[in-house]
Design a protein around this ligand. Sequence first.
Ligand SMILES: Cc1cc2nc3c(=O)[nH]c(=O)nc-3n(C[C@H](O)[C@H](O)[C@H](O)COP(=O)(O)OP(=O)(O)OC[C@H]3O[C@@H](n4cnc5c(N)ncnc54)[C@H](O)[C@@H]3O)c2cc1C
Length: 379
Amino acid sequence: MDFRPTEEQELLLESVREFMAQECSDEYMRRCDEEGRPPYELFKKMVDAGFGLLGCPESVGGTPVDTLTLMLVKEEFLRLGGPMQCLTNIFHLDMMEAYGTAEQMEACMKEIRDGRMAFCSGFSEPQAGSDSHAILTSYERRGGKIVINGHKTFISSAALTSHMSCLARDFSREDEAFTMFFVPMDAPGVTIKPLHKLGWHMNPTYEVYLENVEVEDKDIIGTEGGAFKQLMKNYEVERLMMAATILGMAECAYEDSARYANQRVQFGKPIGSKQLIQEKIVRMKIKIMNMKNLVYQCAWEKDNGISIRNSSALCKLYCAQAGNEVIDDALQIMGGLGYTDDCRISRLWRDARNYRIGGGTDEIMIHIAGRGLLKEIGV
Ligand SMILES: Cc1cc2nc3c(=O)[nH]c(=O)nc-3n(C[C@H](O)[C@H](O)[C@H](O)COP(=O)(O)OP(=O)(O)OC[C@H]3O[C@@H](n4cnc5c(N)ncnc54)[C@H](O)[C@@H]3O)c2cc1C
């Protein structure tokens, strides 16, 4: 096995390092986190520099790359302290390219060119988290219009995007009852309220209420009744992308804390000379190596047409847990400083926790992979 990045991948990673050194200071990230807003200016510069549309379809001016390259780039942005949302627009555009109309795609591109998310994803509801089939948001046809009613929760960027992909159900149908709509966030009947949360401050989260919101057939994404089939296309790569994100965050925390261990003197010597600190460094590194191997192998499988249904769930589960452990150890090595806002590890620590919940919880990853692995072995 050849573990080295190709020459092209190395050049791309070098350009990420140059871009981050020039455009993304730690001070800027801290400010965005404190202000509870996405780093729009950075996202705009990423689009201008060609990174913002990496992995996106050529038809919209993107630069398609293989999954492994995409994961390497994502990891590198995060290793250098970049924002967790960078490159996530590819899922939105992938879905739109496969199922959206030209008009819907253009609305997405307008947002992206301005450094925003293409749209927000409206699946979760108070009674429907892991179990998306339990949604109560309904749609029905009335007087030539489609009328949506419901309550979505945990919707990231809802107040900051022009549209929401809204999962809704036709309660008059038994089968193929779920449809995705492209709902304008300024439509009459849409109300948005902020949700306050532990971390992910750069990616604000909202409640969205839909009261008799009128849309039309042209606002359906894909086919009526086809929402879940459409969603499956994205879920596996999204899990892999989340694993690559927390991997980069863990590396960022590891490197910061290892540097600190070499510098911080207590009892007359750098704390890195103490075996209790060295043990943490060693165990953190082993976890990072394991995370890398899982992410790269899963990406390689995807690029080679091998199903990643089980491996993407295993990968996300392991990386979310190991990543949190690495970042927690990094904070411990930094002592009191690690717990302050002066140090980015405190932000990473807050942000990391959601990787065990969002995009499918640890338990749901076990549920998916557990069933799949048993089926694979058979009797
Ligand atoms: C910061 C953040 C951002 C988010 N952004 C979005 C977004 O943009 N759009 C969106 O639609 N959603 C979003 N979500 C929602 C996210 O997808 C859900 O939180 C997640 O799917 C879990 O649902 P839940 O929180 O309702 O927990 P529940 O599903 O109620 O689960 C509670 C607990 O029970 C466990 N559990 C549930 N079912 C099982 C089972 N079958 N077996 C074993 N254990 C089980 C869970 O693992 C968990 O530990 C976001 C969430 C967060 C925290």
